[in-house]
Design a binder for this molecule. Structure first.
Ligand SMILES: Nc1nc2c(ncn2[C@@H]2O[C@H](COP(=O)(O)OP(=O)(O)OP(=O)(O)O)[C@@H](O)[C@H]2O)c(=O)[nH]1
Ligand SMILES: [Mg+2]
Length: 243
């Protein structure tokens, strides 16, 4: 397949929409669901998909809960084994819909130096970005801190829709476990920037943010207010590690 999309899934039976994945055929893509110890019926729902089409839908089951960051990392490394042209990850709640994949892949197709395309929740005219106001403003403050730490004009590092050119260099970015369970996206960015710098490339040549057409706040998020403090602490650790 051209693209493998890694979908981290933890206790997603309430929010998961198998029909959306079954109906998706905009690009030649397969999906690798990473289930690390869900205690609800998530595994059964995912097995329905793999039974329906074992080529397009695969499940990587991890025996215990390792968190989104590690689930995504393990999924991406597993996806590389099949030698796709592109890899990426997308949240299972489809807050960013499957329709966002095609335009992001087109960017990677058109611009050969690009290594990563990141979905971005920008409230622009003609786009529908529905976020609770509290999350929106907390997100703006966090994004400003991320830009300062990475010295990078990134608008939204945390959006759960990211796609990459499946090169050995990009694979190397996923080899080491991430420092943070919640803000691994920031560390991922720092690693990609470092990768580009090693090749004498400016971040803007290898990375691009793509404003999503639609993003909807899906209830049932595993993110809690208290994780905010941990996220700030992890941001300081990432600054220390990558500066
Ligand atoms: N495999 C795995 N996936 C996880 C884990 N925690 C969260 N996820 C997945 O990560 C994605 C995002 O989780 P959400 O709970 O929506 O949290 P969020 O998107 O960061 O927060 P919102 O912006 O409020 O939606 C979903 O696909 C979850 O299933 C985990 O421990 N293991
Ligand atoms: Mg979500």
């Amino acid at each position: 397949m051209k693209l493998t999309v890694v979908v981290p899934c933890f206790n997603e039976v309430e929010r998961f929409d198998p029909d959306a994945f079954l109906a998706f055929d905009a690009v030649s893509a397969d999906f690798l669901f990473v289930d690390d110890g869900s205690t609800d019926e998530t595994a059964a729902v995912l097995n329905l998909l793999t039974a329906n089409d074992p080529v397009r839908f695969r499940v990587l089951t991890l025996d215990r809960n390792v968190g989104k960051a590690e689930a995504v990392r393990r999924g991406i490394l597993h996806a590389f084994e099949a030698g796709p042209e592109f890899v990426g990850f997308l949240d299972a709640d489809l807050a960013a819909g499957l329709d966002e994949i095609s335009p992001m892949l087109d960017l990677l197709d058109d611009r050969h130096l690009l290594l990563g395309v990141f979905g971005s929740r920008v409230r622009l005219l003609g786009r529908r970005i529905d976020r609770r106001l509290s999350r929106h403003y907390a997100g703006r403050v966090f994004a400003t801190l991320v830009s300062m730490v990475l010295r990078l004009p990134v608008y939204d590092s945390q959006c759960g829709a990211k796609f990459f050119r499946a090169t050995p260099a990009v694979e190397s970015v996923f080899v080491e476990p991430f420092l943070s369970r919640w803000v691994f996206d920031v560390e991922l960015l720092a690693r990609l920037v470092r990768l580009g710098a090693a090749e004498g490339l400016d971040p803007a040549e290898i990375l691009v943010e793509h404003p999503l057409t639609e993003w909807r706040d899906v209830a049932g998020s595993s993110l809690r207010f208290r994780h905010g403090f941990r996220a700030l602490y992890d941001l300081a650790r990432i600054r220390h590690r990558y500066r």
